[in-house]
Design a binder for this molecule. Structure first.
Ligand code: PMP
Length: 395
């Protein structure tokens, strides 16, 4: 059963979400994982029907599979506006991509305190992370980052593109300019951005960008790191093994340069193909349409929440930043879990907890967590109204 999602100005086919407790299920948890679009599932089914080993065999299917895998790299590079010489490494997910990045960075890393743990713990574990406290406005936060970058040399500024808690979108071009002025590079955790906004590595001045397939309407299990080749080529391979090595004797090994250096072992070709299919489909639908769709939904939600005084939205900054379609909130008198269970009883799926961003939740005064609703191309205004009505019942 398929449903046509009403993305403003363009149709996109999404899998039907089924029923829960006798009512149509409203999945408002796209920020956690966005279910594969029909175009992605179809492309995956085609690739699954004919594949063989990658990079190794001379046979026809091996050639086809290798071509599909390498084409997927090119599609992803174009999708994020990469430079011609950027390397596209396929990984398991955003977390894996940032751990890979942590293994190549030759120096200190400056990080904000609003990050998802995936963009915090790989850096703190290196012992070279310098954490900067976010301020109440983005301008003041940029000034605090500037002070830190000016205080001592840093190799990298690692920053989220959009908060997985509040949906607030950070000014990437300004952040890139700031890092570069102080001789640092910038890595952008785009896990929450790429399903919602077009991004251009080259024109924003981003050095490295990472995201996960399962947040962009592809299945679990594959992610990417896209970025400048030099650090990647001079660092030790992220994984040691076949595929990463060009020449091996018992005493010595010569590692490949390029993406292969960090992709030892048989890669997740089907995951890579799925990410490429999702990129193609999102581009076909168009980010102007997706952004307009997000806008309609988030405005409707914001207006509705403003009329519910017992619901308190979370924001990291006071500036009214642009937001992707994510909203977290608490409900006075109810634990986040109780709210999520109430919503579930009305057929609405949301996330509750601390969203792998414990420092941010603590900073916002909610160490016990909050509730998060997040929308995607399959979300309708009716879904938003159902959420608002169910929250009104908790007054
Ligand atoms: N960064 C952000 C901003 C995220 O929202 C997430 C997923 N919640 C991650 C990183 C980690 O993604 P993954 O679990 O796919 O590695």
């Amino acid at each position: 059963v398929l449903a046509l999602a009403p993305v403003v100005g363009a149709d996109v086919t999404v899998p039907a979400t089924g029923h829960s407790g006798g009512v149509a299920y409203a999945n408002l948890d796209y920020a956690a994982s966005a279910p594969a679009l029909t175009a992605v599932a179809d492309r995956l089914a085609g690739a699954l029907a004919e594949y063989a080993s990658v990079h190794r065999g001379a046979g026809h299917l091996s050639q086809v599979t290798t071509a599909r895998y390498e084409q997927a790299r090119e599609t992803v590079r174009t999708f994020v506006g990469g430079r011609a010489d950027d390397t596209v490494v396929f990984t398991r997910n955003t977390t894996d991509s940032i751990n890979l990045a942590a293994s190549i960075v030759p120096g200190d890393v400056v990080v904000l305190d609003i990050e998802h743990h995936a963009n915090l713990l790989p850096w703190t574990r290196t012992g070279r992370a310098r954490i900067v406290e976010s301020q109440s406005t983005i301008d003041a936060t940029l000034a605090a980052l500037e002070d830190e970058l000016a205080s001592a040399p840093a190799a990298l500024l690692a920053v989220t593109a959009a908060s997985n808690v509040t949906g607030e979108v950070l000014p990437l071009a300004r952040l890139a300019g700031l890092a570069h002025r102080h001789g640092a590079r910038i890595l952008v955790d785009a896990a929450q951005l790429v399903a919602h906004r077009g991004v251009s590595i080259a024109s924003f001045g981003i050095d490295y960008l990472v995201f996960s397939g399962h947040k962009v309407y592809a299945p679990f299990g594959a992610g990417v790191l896209v970025g400048r080749p030099d650090w990647l080529d001079s660092a030790p391979p992220y994984l040691a093994g076949g595929g990463a090595s060009a020449d091996v004797s018992i005493d010595d090994v010569a590692w490949h340069a390029g993406a292969a250096r960090h992709e030892a072992g048989s890669p997740n070709v089907l995951g890579a193909v799925s990410i490429a299919a999702a990129a193609d489909e999102l581009r076909r639908v168009g980010f102007e349409n997706i952004g307009a769709h997000d806008d309609v939904l988030i405005r409707r939600l914001d207006a509705g929440l403003a009329a519910l005084p017992h619901v308190r939205p979370l924001r990291a900054f006071d500036d009214g930043l642009d937001r992707v379609a994510i909203a977290s909130f608490t409900v006075v008198g109810h634990t986040p879990r109780a709210v999520a269970e109430h919503l579930s009883s009305r057929g609405i799926g949301v996330r509750d907890g601390k969203f792998c961003a414990h420092p941010l939740l603590a900073k916002l005064g909610h160490p016990d967590g909050a509730v998060r609703a997040s929308f995607g191309v399959g979300t309708t205004s009716d879904d938003v109204d159902r959420l608002l009505n169910a929250l009104a019942e908790l007054a």
